[in-house]
Design a protein around this ligand. Sequence first.
Ligand code: NAP
Ligand code: GDD
Length: 324
Amino acid sequence: MKALITGITGQDGSYLAEFLMKKGYEVCGMVRRSSTENFERIAHIKDKIQLRQADLLDQLSLIKLLEEIQPDEIYNLAAMSFVPTSWSQPVLTGEFTALGVVRMLEAMRQVAADAKFYQASSSEMYGKVREVPQTELTPFYPRSPYGASKAYGHYITINYRESYELFAVSGILFNHESPRRGKEFVTRKITDGAVRIKLGLTDELRLGNLDAHRDWGFAGDYVRAMWLMLQQDKADDYVVATGKSHSVREFLELVFKYLELDIDKHVKTDPRLLRPAEVEHLIGDCSKAKDVLGWEPEVGIEQLAQMMVDADLERIKKEIASRD
Ligand code: NAP
Ligand code: GDD
């Protein structure tokens, strides 16, 4: 079996590549051209996968890529994924995160119509939530250009499935984190920042809204759900979540307690980090994924926080040692 992963240099792409390789897949990753290589997350597997250049903005590059590789499965993970940037670059976010999906689907329809397609949909589409907890049937109310773009990607995937009988599915994934999470996302900002405080490299961590609640899981668990969705006889959409919600403050407390640090002494809230429109509370109901896919999350929030702190401690200590 041959799989194409767009966004292979990102958090999920790297975990998915590892997962598929263990299953015996030939893995091909799509990367966009850059002046310097950005392969930190896949450095350990780079020699065992193929990397091909193409870009979600360039239709012809996608068609040529699919024509050449003829993958059995396509995992479309590439996107502009950081919500705050979607307000400062709303048009580009739409190009990558919304229109990029239809470009991939159209390329598949033209030259690889027998492949199976996975779209990385997001709980951010629920935004100002219409129902608690959120299921596959909960109406969307996106609160950011990113959320609105993902809603387009979600519906165009369903539309291509229904219009052209393509095997195309959307996984509505709630927030998932790991030691490979980008440092601007709140969990990693907290673990990286707290470790730097612990090691005496800084004294302060500035955060925005501590009252927002998220349903946080582990990325390694979530890529398994992506794969399971493509192993079904029928293409369908699934919520992937833990069913437990915690505030940013609770995550912060877990990390600071683990490192024996005092929040009041080091954490400052900064109004500049508040968003123009906030998603206050997300909690997913993944009953369908449990029943149909037999999927369940294995890592809880405490284990996740500790795993991230331990990895940051190891990495930053190494950085310090290499400077000395
Ligand atoms: P991530 O770490 O930010 O990775 C995004 C990937 O997309 C990177 O590999 C990036 O490549 C690539 N990319 C961006 N624009 C591109 C373009 N024009 N052409 C080709 N590649 C491009 O994101 P992630 O956390 O792994 O998330 C994976 C997907 O799941 C994203 O679509 C995200 O929106 C979605 N999602 C994530 C979560 C979550 O909690 N993590 C939840 C729901 C949905 P570069 O390395 O070149 O920048
Ligand atoms: N990033 C960030 N930085 N967020 C902060 C901060 C801060 O300093 N302080 C508080 N927060 C709050 C945000 O306001 C938000 O309510 C919450 O922490 C989570 O923010 P992020 O970690 O940036 O994630 P997100 O929920 O906006 O988006 C992530 O999850 C989506 C799924 O729901 C991303 O991975 C998206 O790509 C993904 O689709």
